[in-house]
Design a protein around this ligand. Structure first.
Ligand code: GDP
Ligand code: MG
Length: 597
C-alpha cells in the first residue's frame, strides 16, 4: 500500500489530458511499441473520431523511482460537463490529481470546476503547464495564472509537453513524492468504490473499482450497497492495457470485476461494493443516481422500423445505463420513444450510435427539460411533462413549474457585463457577485435549466472569449409563466414541433421558428403556410412558395440515366425527411428551435 499512488488527470477539454496520458504510458513502458497509437485510452471509435473522452478509463503503470518499485493507477476522466458525474466519481477514487493547463490557452472553464471537485475531495494537486512546445505558448503569464489560482509556488508548476514528452519524468517524480499513499485498513470488511463500468458484449458488465478498506477476492460473494444485489466475483484483476487476472485486489488498489451481469443498469457508478456476509457499516458517501436532464423524442424515419428501433434502444441501454426511454406516439411522427439524456452531447452520441452500431436512421425532436403541471381540478397532483404535447389543456391548467439551477460563473472582470447580459437574457436572476482577485469575479445566478441546456455554453464561451468557468446545481422547481407554442404546417398542427416557452419570449420565438422553418423545408408542388400558435391564437405566419416545375420534367424523352440519377439524389435527400400530412419535413427542422439566434 505504501507504494501505490492513485491519481487522475483533470483539465479543460483539449488541454491535452489524453495525449499526456499516452506519454506516461510510454515512459513507464506500459505499452509495447506494437500497441502504440494515439489517445490510447479513448477506445470507442466515436471517442477517437471526435477527439473527446466519453468514458473514464483506468490504467495501471509500474515505475521504479530511486530504486523502489511503485504502482501508479491513472484514471483518465471525461472533460465534458454532460459527464461531470463520472469525473466526480473518478476523483473520489484518487489521492491526487494532475491539473493540466494549456500554456497557450491558460485557465479555462472546466479547469476551475474540475479543480474545485478535486479540492472538495482533498486531493493533492500537481499543476502541469502543458504544450510548452507550442510557439504560441505563454509560459510566464500562464504560470502566474496558475499560481494565482492555487496559491502555490511557481516552482511547483511542472513544465511539460504531451507532444514531445518533455517533463514527463518530472511529472512521475511529483506523483510519487507529492501524492500521499492510500490510507485504509486491510482488516476491515470490504469497502470499494465503483468509479466506472463498461459493457463488454462477450463478458457482460465490467466494473471498475477502488478498494478503500479490506480486499476483494476471486470467488467472493459480494453485495452492491445501493441496489442491494448480490453476486459472485467471477474474475478480478488489474487494468493494464489489457486486463491482468489476479486472485485478489488489496486495500488502496484499483481493479476490475466481472460478475456476469448483462445489464449496465445494475451497476451504478458511485455505489459501494462490500462483502455479502460481512458487509461494511459505512457505504461510501455521496452516491447519486444519474438523472436525465434533457428529453427528446426519437422516431424511426420509416414507421415500419419501430420494433427494430426498440430492439436497438434496449441493446444500447444495456451498454449505457444513463439512457432512459419510454414508448410514445406522435400524431405527426407515429410511434417512437421519449428518451432522457444527460445533456445535448449525450443526445448526439446516442443518435450517432443508433446509426452506426444498429444501422437505424432516426428523427430526433426538439429537446426539452422535465416540467411539472398542475390542473385547477387537482392543484396538488403533479403531472410530469417530459413532452410539450403532454401539457394539459390551458383552460384547465392551474400552473406549470420548471427546474431551476444555481449557476456559478467565474470570469475575468472585463467580461462581467457581457456575462450578466447573457444570463439576464436567459431569465437568470443574479444572487451574488464576489471579486476573488482584482481580475477574477465569481457570479451566482438562479436560472431555469431549460435556458442552459441548449446553446448556453457556446454563448458563454463567445461572450467571455473562453474565460468563464461554469458550474451548476439543481435548486428545485419554480412556477413560471410558460406557454406551449404550436406549429402548423398547411393548417395541420405538427405536435413534434411544439415547445414550452416563457410567455415573454413566445411571440419572438414563434416568429423566428416560422422564419427558420421556411428556410429549412424544401419547396414543394404547392404553397405551404407555416403558422405559430398559442392555443387557438395565431401569433406568426410565413409561406413557402410552390415550385414551378417538376425537376424531372425537363428530362423527358431525353437522357434516362440522368433522370435516374436525379431521382436517386432526391431519394437520398429524403432519407432524413418525414412526411407529415402532405408536407415533407427534414430532420433539421425538428431541431430548428435550438438554432434561432
Ligand atoms: P484532452 O481533451 O484534454 O484529452 O486533449 P487531447 O489529449 O485530446 O489533446 C487535444 C489536442 O492538443 C490534440 O490535437 C493534441 O494533439 C494536442 N496536444 C496535446 N498535447 C500537446 C502538446 O504538448 N503540444 C502540442 N503542440 N499539442 C498538444
Ligand atoms: Mg481526452
Amino acid at each position: 500500500m505504501k507504494h501505490i499512488r492513485n491519481f487522475c488527470i483533470i483539465a479543460h477539454i483539449d488541454h491535452g489530458k489524453s495525449t499526456l496520458a499516452d506519454r506516461l504510458l510510454d515512459f513507464t513502458n506500459t505499452v509495447t511499441e506494437r500497441e502504440k497509437q494515439d489517445q490510447l485510452l479513448d477506445s470507442m471509435d466515436l471517442e477517437r473520431e471526435r477527439g473527446i473522452t466519453i468514458k473514464s478509463h483506468a490504467i495501471q503503470m509500474e515505475y521504479t523511482y530511486e530504486g523502489q518499485e511503485y504502482i501508479l493507477n491513472l484514471i483518465d476522466t471525461p472533460g465534458h460537463v454532460d459527464f461531470s458525474y463520472e469525473v466526480s466519481r473518478s476523483i473520489a477514487a484518487c489521492e491526487g490529481a494532475l491539473l493540466i493547463v494549456d500554456a497557450a490557452q491558460s485557465i479555462q472553464a472546466q479547469t476551475i470546476s474540475n479543480l474545485y471537485l478535486a479540492l472538495e475531495n482533498d486531493l493533492e494537486i500537481i499543476p502541469v503547464l502543458n504544450k510548452v512546445d507550442l510557439p504560441s505558448a505563454n509560459p510566464e503569464e500562464v504560470t502566474d495564472d496558475i499560481v494565482d489560482l492555487l496559491g502555490c509556488d511557481p516552482e511547483e508548476v511542472i513544465h511539460a509537453s504531451g507532444k514531445t514528452g518533455f517533463g514527463v519524468d518530472n511529472i512521475l517524480a511529483a506523483v510519487i513524492e507529492r501524492i500521499p499513499a492510500p490510507k485504509g485498513s486491510p482488516d476491515e470488511p470490504l469497502q470499494a468504490l465503483i468509479f466506472d463500468s463498461v459493457y463488454n458484449p462477450f463478458r457482460g458488465v465490467e466494473t471498475y473499482f477502488r478498494v478503500i478498506n479490506g480486499a476483494i477476492k476471486k470467488g467472493q460473494e459480494i453485495k452492491f450497497v445501493a441496489t442491494g444485489k448480490k453476486y459472485y466475483a467471477d474474475e478480478v484483476g488489474t487494468l493494464k492495457l489489457n486486463q491482468v487476472v489476479k486472485k485478489e485486489i488489496k486495500t488502496g488498489d484499483v481493479g476490475y470485476l466481472i460478475t456476469g451481469i448483462k445489464d449496465a443498469r445494475e451497476v451504478k457508478v458511485g455505489d459501494t461494493i462490500t462483502d455479502a456476509k460481512n458487509p461494511t457499516k459505512n457505504a461510501i458517501e455521496g452516491f447519486e443516481d444519474v438523472k436525465p436532464m434533457v428529453f427528446a423524442g426519437i422516431y424511426p424515419v420509416d414507421t415500419e422500423d419501430y420494433e427494430e428501433l426498440r430492439n436497438s434502444m434496449e441493446k444500447l441501454q444495456l451498454n449505457d445505463a444513463s439512457l432512459v426511454f419510454t414508448p410514445e406516439s406522435s400524431a405527426a411522427l407515429g410511434f417512437g420513444f421519449r428518451c432522457g439524456f444527460l445533456g445535448m452531447l449525450h443526445m448526439e452520441i446516442i443518435q450517432e450510435r443508433l446509426e452506426r452500431e444498429f444501422n437505424m436512421t432516426v428523427i430526433t425532436t426538439v429537446p426539452n427539460v422535465s416540467y411539472h403541471a398542475f390542473t385547477k381540478k387537482n392543484p396538488d397532483e403533479i403531472i410530469i411533462v417530459n413532452n410539450p404535447s403532454d401539457l394539459p389543456d390551458p383552460s384547465g391548467l392551474d400552473r406549470v413549474e420548471e427546474p431551476y439551477i444555481k449557476a456559478t460563473i467565474i470570469t475575468k472582470a472585463d467580461f462581467v457585463g457581457n456575462v450578466m447580459s447573457l444570463c439576464i437574457e436567459k431569465r437568470g436572476q443574479i444572487t451574488n457577485q464576489t471579486y476573488l482577485t482584482t481580475e477574477r469575479v465569481e457570479l451566482s445566478f438562479d436560472m431555469p435549466l431549460a435556458e442552459i441546456v441548449f446553446d448556453f455554453y457556446d454563448r458563454l464561451k463567445t461572450v467571455s472569449k473562453g474565460y468563464a468557468s461554469f458550474d451548476y446545481s439543481p435548486i428545485g422547481m419554480r412556477a413560471s409563466k410558460l406557454v406551449r407554442v404550436d406549429i402548423l404546417l398547411n393548417a395541420q398542427p405538427v405536435d413534434a414541433l411544439s415547445a414550452l416557452i416563457h410567455f415573454d419570449n413566445a411571440y419572438n420565438i414563434g416568429k423566428k421558428m416560422c422564419e427558420k422553418l421556411k428556410e429549412l423545408i424544401p419547396r414543394q408542388q404547392f404553397d405551404i403556410p407555416i403558422q405559430a400558435a398559442i392555443g387557438a391564437k395565431i401569433i406568426s405566419r410565413e409561406t413557402i412558395k410552390a415550385l414551378r416545375k417538376d425537376v424531372t420534367a425537363k428530362c423527358y424523352g431525353g437522357d434516362i440515366s440522368r433522370k435516374r440519377k436525379l431521382l436517386e439524389k432526391q431519394k437520398k435527400g429524403k432519407k432524413r425527411m418525414r412526411q407529415v400530412g402532405n408536407v415533407e419535413i427534414p430532420q433539421q427542422a425538428f431541431m430548428a428551435v435550438l438554432k434561432l439566434n
